[in-house]
Design a protein around this ligand. Structure first.
Ligand code: SF4
Ligand code: SF4
Length: 285
């Protein structure tokens, strides 16, 4: 069984307890305006071209017609790119990066175990993230089961926009779910993410009913979901379990990634102030 992933990052400190290694899966059913991992939204491989790093050496043009030479300048014809990744190793400037490689759980496990010393000394472990990792739930379940057999702490970072069956598959092998709540009003949710949130809230209620450990993450995005905090608080109060809740201040650092991927930049313009974040945290507390 194979999964398509965008990246693997070691030394993560915001993806669950301790120091963690995070696997970013490709594909997501939501399209959040503020997404800071746009390379994970599409399920297909994508080549990122960082124009400012390009030295116009044209080494890439030697291996693929999608890279063209015009007056000794490099031009990337994205429409001709198949996402095979063959050109990436040609570029010594790091201007090309492929997001979307296929891996097996058997190949991924040894890579994740390389960081075991960090997990053991900090109470960390492995986090499956994305994109929405649970769109590839069978693979996640197999990988999480293998990690648990190795004694590794496991976390699933999810937007919740998947069928309940996906949660049922990974539940036995997941120590904690890191669950986004972006809005309670379905129309606000749809305006911000492209989808209503009924399935997400049902999945949260399901995880609560089976005593799963959860941590909630609330991205705070002025002009998008900043008025949803009281409704989120009221929803959380209906759950029977006690959970950590974190407010994640929106940032717009991902702008260059949208450009490199040839994607429309949907990042909202306004960054929250410290006072706004403090107010949201106080409301939730
Ligand atoms: S990823 Fe493959 S198809 Fe796309 S530009 Fe590079 S070599 Fe060509
Ligand atoms: S190999 Fe890299 S630096 Fe050279 S032209 Fe291609 S993208 Fe630019």
């Amino acid at each position: 069984m194979k999964a398509r992933i965008a990246d693997i990052k070691s030394m993560a400190i915001h993806d669950g307890p301790g120091i963690r290694t995070t696997v970013f899966f490709k594909g997501c059913g939501l399209k959040c305006l503020w997404c800071h991992n746009p390379e994970t939204i599409s399920s297909v491989p994508q080549l990122a071209f960082y124009e400012t790093k390009c030295q116009h050496c044209l080494a890439c043009a030697a291996v693929c017609a999608a890279h063209k030479a015009a007056e000794l300048q490099h031009h990337f014809d994205r429409g001709s790119c198949l996402g095979c990744g063959s050109c990436v190793s040609q570029c010594l400037q790091g201007a090309l990066q492929l997001f979307g490689t296929e891996v097996t759980a058997e190949a991924l496990l040894p890579r994740l175990l390389e960081d075991r010393a960090f997990y053991e000394t900090t109470g960390g472990g492995v986090t499956l993230s994305g994109g929405e990792c649970l769109l590839q739930a069978d693979f996640c379940a197999a990988l999480l089961e293998a990690l648990k057999k190795e004694g590794i702490h496991t976390a699933v970072d999810t937007c919740g926009f998947v069928q309940k069956a996906a949660f049922e598959k990974v539940l036995p092998y997941t120590d904690i779910f890191l669950v986004d709540i972006k809005a309670i009003d379905p129309q606000v949710h749809k305006a911000c993410t492209g989808q209503e949130n009924g399935m997400i809230l049902d999945n949260i209620r399901y995880l609560d009913s089976v005593d799963a450990q959860m941590e909630f993450r609330i991205p705070f995005v002025p002009g998008c979901n900043d008025r949803e905090i009281p409704a989120i608080r009221d929803f959380l109060k209906t759950l029977k379990g006690s959970y950590n809740v974190k407010v994640l201040p929106y940032h717009n650092y991902a702008g260059s990634k949208y450009a490199a991927l040839g994607m429309e930049n949907t990042l909202p313009p306004t960054i929250p102030t410290e006072a706004q974040i403090a107010e949201a945290e106080a409301l939730l507390r």
